[in-house]
Design a binder for this molecule. Structure first.
Ligand code: DMJ
Length: 626
């Protein structure tokens, strides 16, 4: 109003003086106009998120709290005001974005093109969906997916422990079914469901995430119920804001695995349909997808908290496995093209010391900040490089090259030894080391392990040793706590050795990464200590996280009187319990010769272009189950 008061106001064809208004009247008039404008703007806040007008005028970064935070956004921070996990950078970036209007990242110009291209892309798969030969896939496997006897171990102790893990899954599932059926997660203390806002209106995250775990554990009735829910209730026509990464790893990954394990058409149909809905996120000047997408309209934008509208390495770098399989199933090359383009962009840019920073602009294709981490924000990008190579039946030489050169850079710049002799992987902020390792970074024990065999011949043993050392350090982060569960992040400075020094890093939300590394290391070495460490984790979970109606995360791993966070994460069913079950099973259950696990532990088959005829359908003769 003050600015307007000094400007001459005119109506078309009439001069202000000609209107015969006095100065005080003009002032009142101006006040009225500016009041009206404020009112209209305020009304935008009451419109539903899906209204385009709201999207145009209101930036994500202006929301009072970033509740729609992806797992990557959720990784390093206990809770935001809404009680949701929140990334530490989320707050930082949120306030920065408030200060810089230019930090707003949604790209409206892309939208029309995006929709047009998506229509074209989507049209293709409808024609060729039936082309995939499931029979051929089965013939190409070396082992039956469920092993010769469902992976039943001969060792009686392992058998007993495996049964216990199965009981935990049954318990977690039954409580979800009873109190939260159809919602995304169970809140076990309040005995209700949680929907959250990571999945863009999609529901049943725990169901889709659990399908393969139920199947491999032989929980047949539960699996059938879950399948029926997918058939009748998984509605893909939702219209909310989804994390591309989360929908991909949990829903696309979960449905793909369910299809590959069972051959049930419903999973294939749903997953291809869902994959098509994700494509508009790639319509950016570089083809690097944005992190958030409205599944209904196809509009996409970057997280409000991500530095200057950037996309996150671990998010756009964790699509490859699923998208290659979407092409396999649909016959539509577009999915693979999209992820191959991401590689092309990454290969073009200069990397500081050979490292990949976590934030990249989808507009310019340049790094936005020099923060490097093998934990949150970076983690599964590296995982997907080596797994892309393995999943291609070791033909994807580009992925192999990228993985081993990234490993060289990580070893040269980030791998450290603590004064007490613990090996850890520090984070890197523009050349300065932050001597911290997140729980999320503990997946790297397993990753380095599975990558050992295909590295330079002279480095194989070295990689295996490094994998064992990292896994040992992560186990220490568990064994040095009162609950024997590990904190969200632990440090190696100011006298700390594998312990959390900040209150905000002490929580444990049922994460799988440490157990995941035990499972891989067990398969690679058969050193009994990994099964023993896994069993310690089972006991700790039972003791501290099991409540009357499910499993819950805890707020402080160093306090023996635990405080629960009231959330049974879907990844507890898809990953933590699955990896424990595999740890106590024989190696032929989802053999690593045939399967690669996505970052949410959903098994995807290795793609073999030629498979020997002698493997012809011997173990699948009786149908899908073996
Ligand atoms: C899972 O959703 C996936 O493993 C993801 O890559 C990161 N972490 C969570 C569980 O901690």
């Amino acid at each position: 109003a003050a600015a307007a008061a000094v400007l001459p106001i005119t109506l078309p064809g009439v001069s202000a003086s000609g209107m015969g208004l006095r100065l005080s009247q003009k002032f009142v008039f101006l006040l009225f106009i500016s009041g009206l404008v404020t009112l209209c703007f305020g009304a935008l806040f009451f419109l539903p998120d899906s209204v385009r007008l709201k999207r145009i005028f209101l930036s994500k970064s202006e929301s009072p709290a970033v509740t729609a935070v992806s797992e990557h956004g959720a990784r390093e921070q206990p809770r935001n005001a809404a009680g949701e996990p929140e990334h530490p950078r989320a707050r930082e970036e949120r306030s920065r974005a408030r200060a810089e209007p230019g930090g707003r990242a949604r790209d409206h110009h892309d939208h029309h093109d995006a929709a047009a291209r998506a229509d074209r892309d989507a049209g293709f798969s409808g024609q060729s969906r039936d082309a995939f030969d499931y029979g051929k896939l089965k013939k190409c496997l070396f082992k039956p997916p469920l092993g010769s006897d469902g992976g039943q171990p001969s060792d009686p102790q392992a058998r007993e422990r495996r049964d216990k893990v199965k009981e935990m899954m049954k318990f977690a599932w039954e409580n979800y079914r009873r109190y939260a059926w159809g919602k995304n997660e169970l809140r076990p203390l309040t005995r209700n469901g949680h929907i959250g806002n990571m999945f863009g209106g999609l529901r049943g995250a725990s169901i889709v995430d659990s399908l393969d775990t139920l199947y491999i554990m032989g929980l047949t009735q539960e699996f059938e119920e879950a399948k029926e829910w997918v058939e009748n209730n998984l509605d893909l026509n939702s219209n909310g804001e989804a994390s591309l990464f989360e929908v991909n790893i949990r829903y696309v990954g979960g449905l793909l695995s369910a299809y590959y394990l069972t051959g049930a058409e419903v999973f294939k149909k749903k997953v291809v349909e869902l994959g098509e809905k994700l494509l508009p996120a790639f319509n950016t000047p570089t083809g690097i997808p944005r992190g958030v997408i409205n599944l209904g309209s196809g509009t996409s934008w970057s997280w409000g908290w991500a530095s200057a509208g950037s996309s996150i390495l671990a998010e756009f770098g964790t699509l490859h496995l699923e998208f290659v399989h979407l092409t396999e199933l649909s016959g539509n090359p577009v999915f693979t093209e999209k992820v191959m383009n991401i590689r092309k962009v990454l290969n073009k840019i200069e990397k500081p010391h050979g490292l990949y920073p976590n934030f990249l602009s989808p507009v310019s294709g340049n790094w936005v900040q020099h923060h490097v981490s093998i934990g949150g924000l970076g983690d599964s990008f590296y995982e997907y490089l080596i797994k892309s190579y393995l999943m291609s039946d070791k033909t994807d030489e580009e992925a192999k090259k990228m993985y081993y050169s990234a490993m060289d850079a990580i070893e040269a710049n980030l791998v450290q030894k603590s004064p007490g002799g613990l090996t850890y992987i520090a984070e890197w902020r523009g050349g300065i080391l932050d001597h911290k390792m997140g729980h999320l970074a503990c997946f790297s024990g397993g990753m380095v392990g599975i990558g050992a065999d295909d590295g330079e011949l002279t480095k194989r043993q070295h990689y295996l040793d490094l994998a064992a050392e990292i896994t040992h350090t992560c186990h220490e982060s568990y064994s040095r706590s009162a609950t024997k569960l590990g904190p969200e992040a632990f440090r190696f400075d100011a006298g700390a050795e594998a312990t959390a020094t900040r209150l905000s890093d002490r929580y444990y939300i049922l994460r799988p990464e440490v157990i995941e590394s035990y499972m891989y290391m067990w398969r690679l070495t058969h050193d009994p200590k990994y099964r023993q460490w896994g069993w310690e984790a089972v006991e700790a979970l039972e003791h501290h996280c099991r409540v009357e109606a499910g499993f819950s995360g805890i707020r402080d791993v160093y306090a023996t009187t635990v405080s629960h966070d009231n959330m049974q994460q879907s990844f507890f069913l898809s990953e933590t319990l699955k990896y424990l079950y595999l740890l106590f099973s024989d190696d032929d259950l989802l053999s690593l010769e045939d399967w690669v696990f996505n970052t949410e532990a959903h098994p995807l088959p290795i793609i073999r272009r030629n498979c020997p005829p002698e493997r012809e359908d011997s173990f699948f003769r009786d149908g899908n189950r073996t």
